[in-house]
Design a protein around this ligand. Structure first.
Ligand SMILES: [Fe+2]
Length: 360
């Protein structure tokens, strides 16, 4: 973990002044979303959205501005169903078709990724099944779809059924984490490219199950390549684009690569960069920007309680949407889809005690 920490005051100041100007311009609208901060710089609960009708263009623009400032937006009791959830998300761009690797899709529309603990028979996924092990990777810090060459911008996760305790979602601000890096580290990582591979995070979370992904799994979801340091969606701040999917850094030795990824992930998950969102009601919707945040699911009693969560994922349309694959040589790219780099397992979220879960 890096020893030097910079104040976040400058970071917050940049965002606040810019947002206030834009907010003033938007105030002419009759009904605009209002944000209540969760922490001084990161995350906000938003009300004032009329979910009963399609969003007006000025409301969509305001939500994007709020998203650029706060990174994570929490909308309570939206009343959205599968169809209106998908229709809402289409305001922000084309949506991913959800992959269903190891877990057949339950939701009614192909744009909805099933993030709960229920199987296609509507029963709780059995412990120690491959589908159950696959969900364990969601407990590691990550950003959605970094393992796709066409990465995502927003994820919008909706609660359909909630457990009585646990199952909260933690978020980390990657703009603040970048700002908190020592200057020499910033210089060292400025132009690095990372390989993201979903089977890496699955193995980290469940090495006993995903030590060797199948040929079909590897072919379906091969690695993707993205710059580590990027410009945040606000166009001003820099941000780290990192996740537990990150397997290696192009051009570094295996040891250097593994060491630097671990140091950056350890740094980024420090408490001062985090918020925890508590799911309170069916219909709560949390939308976050995958380009400047990480998140992780927390544990709950997944063999006793049902948790039905459905997510839309919007394709990024920005300048870094397709990463850097075309700028790499064949030697740089892991065309063997599997590679030789080994990894050591870390503790999984299952190591959380029941007391820790109940305190969340
Ligand atoms: Fe996720």
């Amino acid at each position: 973990m890096f020893s030097l920490r910079q104040s976040l005051r400058h970071f917050c100041h940049i965002n606040s002044s810019t947002h206030q100007t834009k907010r003033h311009l938007a105030s002419a609208a009759a009904r605009i979303p209002r944000a209540k901060p969760i922490s001084p710089c990161f995350g906000a609960e938003v009300d004032g959205v009329d979910w009963s009708r399609p969003l007006a263009p000025e409301v969509v623009r305001e939500i994007i501005q709020l998203q650029n400032r706060w990174g994570v937006l929490v909308f309570r009791q939206t009343g959205l169903d599968d169809a209106s959830h998908v229709a809402y998300s289409k305001n922000f761009g084309a949506l991913e078709t959800a992959h269903a690797m190891n877990k057949p899709r339950r939701a009614s529309l192909p744009q909805l990724y099933d993030a709960g603990n229920l199987g296609p028979d509507d029963r709780i996924i059995p412990q120690f099944s491959r589908a159950w092990w696959h969900t364990k990777g969601n407990g590691l810090w990550h950003t959605d779809s970094s393992f796709h060459q066409h990465r995502s911008s927003y994820s919008a996760l909706r609660a359909v059924e909630l457990p009585p305790a646990g199952g909260q979602t933690k978020y980390a601000d990657m703009r603040a984490a970048y700002l908190g890096l020592p200057d020499d580290i910033k210089g060292r990582i400025e132009n690095l490219v990372m390989e993201h591979w979903i089977w890496h995070s699955r193995k980290l979370a469940a090495p006993q199950e995903f030590d060797k992904p199948t040929d079909e799994e590897k072919a379906t979801l091969p690695p993707a390549y993205h710059k580590l340091v990027q410009v945040a969606p606000d166009g001003m701040n820099k941000t780290l684009y990192i996740a537990s999917h990150a397997r290696r850094i192009i051009g570094l030795t295996d040891r250097e690569s593994t060491s630097l990824i671990k140091a950056l992930l350890d740094h980024a998950q420090q408490p001062q960069y985090q918020i925890t969102v508590k799911w309170k009601n069916v219909g709560d919707l949390v939308q976050w920007d995958n380009r400047c945040t990480m998140h992780r699911a927390t544990a709950f009693q997944d063999q006793k309680n049902r948790r039905d969560m459905r997510r839309t994922t919007t394709h990024d349309h920005g300048p870094a949407a397709f990463g850097v694959k075309n700028q790499l040589s064949a030697d740089d790219i892991d065309i063997r889809v599997g590679g030789k780099i080994d990894i050591s397992a870390s503790p999984t979220p299952e190591t959380q005690t029941q007391e820790q879960i109940l305190r969340m």
